[in-house]
Design a binder for this molecule. Structure first.
Ligand code: NAP
Length: 260
């Protein structure tokens, strides 16, 4: 299937590690021009170099997206470099364990870390997305639907991302901009590894327990499987899909418990 991403311009936040890296690679594989907006300089420059050497057009914007000026800069630099914006993948986030016990300041910091930049980037990109009839993909989490325990801020931000997906899908109907969300559940990435290692006395046992409960294949979802869904949602081939929550999780959230 030709996804028709060739020479179109896509911004991926957190696009040099984990799920974001897989999405970046898949966009380039489909012929898209890529802007990686993230804060980890070394990983980003290394990935950009590799992709450019393979012929891709890649621009990087290094900065902390919690900073409003950084979000504005992402859009300015994208337009300066490539003249247009065809899609935004809001993906950067951190499950930071801001629990009820950790208090109001930690909660507020977690919302800032996980939510505001999803809005800010789309706000600044809006004129360009209107011009291209572009697409937005918000990477949320199954935590928005299931809870996790000990992570109020992240759960609230991930839930708000789903609400914004529906709100923007409605608001942007007249502009033919499609807006969808992906909800990963268990994908081994640097973030996931850190969560396992810092949250459990025996991370290997916990990992085995989680994997045993994933119905399809008793394995984690790969970052590439999330990326495949993402490029489809960016593509005109999903042209009548908007306001949807795609749960790419091997049946983890919804299938009958007796299957595990
Ligand atoms: P990851 O491996 O930690 O990658 C996230 C990337 O985003 C990192 O490069 C990180 O930079 C960057 N980032 C985070 N906050 C940023 C900020 N304020 N400004 C700029 N860059 C920032 O995480 P991942 O597991 O791939 O997660 C990606 C998305 O999937 C997140 O939204 C997460 O909530 C969601 N998700 C993941 C899973 C899973 O199983 N992995 C499950 C559900 C949802 P640094 O390296 O500098 O921190």
């Amino acid at each position: 299937m030709d996804l028709q991403l060739k020479d179109k311009v896509y911004i991926v936040t957190g696009g040099s590690k984990g799920i974001g890296e897989a999405i970046s690679r898949q966009i380039v594989r489909e012929g898209g021009k890529l802007v990686i907006a993230t804060r980890s300089k070394d990983a980003t420059e290394a990935l950009a170099k590799e992709l450019r050497e393979a012929g891709a057009q890649v621009h990087t914007v290094i900065g902390d997206l919690q900073d409003l000026a950084a979000c504005e800069r992402v859009i300015q630099e994208t337009v300066a470099e490539f003249d247009q914006i065809d899609g935004i993948v809001n993906n950067a986030g951190v499950n930071d364990g801001a629990s009820l016990e950790k208090g109001p300041e930690a909660f507020r910091a977690s919302i800032k870390l996980n939510l505001f930049h999803y809005f800010d980037l789309v706000h600044y990109a809006l004129p360009y997305l209107k011009a291209s009839k572009g697409a937005i993909v918000n990477v949320s989490s199954k935590v928005a639907m299931t809870g996790q325990g000990q992570t109020s801020g992240y759960a609230a931000a991930k839930g708000a991302q789903l609400a914004l997906t529906r709100e923007w899908a409605a608001a942007l109907l007249p502009d033919s901009i499609r807006v969808n969300a992906i909800l990963p559940a268990e994908v081994m990435t640097p973030l996931y590894r850190k969560w396992l290692d810092s949250s459990f006395e025996d991370p290997a046992a916990k990992e085995a327990e989680i994997v045993a409960n994933i119905p399809l294949g008793k394995r984690m979802t790969t970052a590439e499987e999330i990326a495949d869904m993402c490029v489809f949602l960016l593509s005109p081939r999903s042209g009548h899909t908007t306001g949807q929550f795609m749960i790419v999780d091997g049946g983890y959230v919804h299938l009958d418990r007796s299957l595990t």
